[in-house]
Design a protein. Structure first.
Ligand code: AMP
Ligand code: MG
Length: 354
């Protein structure tokens, strides 16, 4: 398949929106920017589009897709109409009022309109309204309900630039819409509204504290920051070793000077063994490492930049063939929790605590 590349920096680029919308409405696949990461879009209510998404990503078919909408009212068609789900929708309305459009995905009981192909066989549906003008315009042109998982091959870091999408999806999808670099760089927060209290299944830019201000008590899936419980994550996608670089990544946690010293010693050994080495550093420490490739994720004072840089760095390390990589650790509150959740998964939970 020939994958068309189209640049669309303005949300009112009619030519781009028309051609992408037409592909979506006829059951094809279009990758497009959102504020979190690039999404791989297909019609959410069309089972054959969802099947194409799984095939293009090589995604296990039990890992459900998030349905993207462009206006809140559209949620009612895809959520079950029962007394229980109407109560859950009241919570959804409050959260949407606070955070939509934005990087928050809500899990609710699905209506019959949503095919099981889209929900990975589950009777619940994940729904989100992204805060990105091109994405919103495309969802509308594509018929209002667009399933859009991250536009990476399953197991690779999510794409934060259109060129990352091309690396993974060229020849596998109909079109890539290049809208420049994404704003956040880490996937949406997922909150399950079908349980009481509501539960965060995947941390993101919208934190537990922010959600708690709107709905009161919020629980966390125990698997978010630890693999010690032996439990299976409740978001099926979180059980896979996602975001995995090809080399071996270790996170080192402790006082800054101890971390730098430990990593440098480990790098020396790896280099002596003839291995290619990389470090995920911060602006505060980047000059202090001796590795083949040192990449700063940004300043420790600015975790939003760290979140945005992370996946691009992991991809760069893959491209350069890094075999042994070390990363500094980040605080576990605020957006740091989402950063550490992704880093821990990339490292297969391999952490050195100094
Ligand atoms: P992605 O769009 O690639 O960020 O992946 C979507 C994530 O949402 C995966 O981790 C899925 O397992 C999760 N997800 C989607 N639908 C549901 C659902 N109905 N229940 C629980 N998790 C879900
Ligand atoms: Mg993904």
């Amino acid at each position: 398949m020939d994958t068309k590349w189209i640049t669309c920096m303005e949300e009112d680029d009619k030519e781009c929106l028309e051609s992408a919308g037409e592909i979506l409405r006829s059951g094809g696949l279009v990758a497009f920017p959102t504020e979190t990461v690039y999404g791989l879009g297909g019609e959410a209510l069309n089972p054959s589009s969802s099947e194409k998404i799984y095939a293009a990503k090589g995604r296990p078919s039990d890992n459900p897709l998030i349905v993207h909408i462009c206006k809140f009212e559209d949620i009612y068609r895809i959520v079950a109409d029962t007394p229980e789900s109407r109560e859950m929708l009241k919570v959804a309305e409050k959260l949407a009022h606070a955070f939509w459009p934005g990087p928050l995905t809500m899990i609710l009981p699905k209506s019959d309109e949503v095919p099981y192909e889209t929900t990975g066989g589950l009777s619940t549906v994940a729904v989100r309204m992204p805060k990105h003008k091109t994405a919103l315009a495309l969802i509308e042109k594509g018929g209002g309900y667009i399933a859009a998982p991250s536009a990476n091959t399953s197991g690779r870091p999510s794409p934060t630039l259109a060129k990352h999408v091309k690396e993974d999806m060229d020849g596998r999808i109909d079109m890539i819409v290049d809208g420049g670099e994404v704003g956040i760089g880490i996937e949406s927060t997922i909150v399950d509204l079908t349980v009481e209290p509501v539960q965060i299944l995947r941390p993101g830019y919208i934190t537990a504290a922010m959600i708690s201000q709107i709905v009161g008590k919020v629980d966390m899936d125990v698997t978010i920051l630890s693999d010690a419980s032996g439990q299976t994550p409740r978001a099926p996608g979180m059980k896979y070793r996602h975001y995995a670089p090809k080399g071996e990544l270790t996170i080192v946690s402790g006082k800054q000077e101890d971390v730098v010293k430990y990593i440098n010693q480990a790098l020396k050994k790896a280099r002596e063994a003839g291995l290619k080495t990389g470090v995920i550093a911060t602006d505060e420490t980047k000059e202090q490492y001796e590795a083949d490739l040192v990449k700063t994720a940004g300043s420790r004072q600015d975790e939003a930049t760290v979140a945005k840089s992370l996946y691009g760095i992991l991809r760069d390390f893959d491209e350069e063939g890094m075999q042994v990589m070390y990363s500094e650790s980040f605080p576990l509150d605020g957006i740091g929790q989402a950063i550490m959740n992704r880093l821990l998964k990339a490292a297969g939970h391999h952490v050195i605590q100094l």
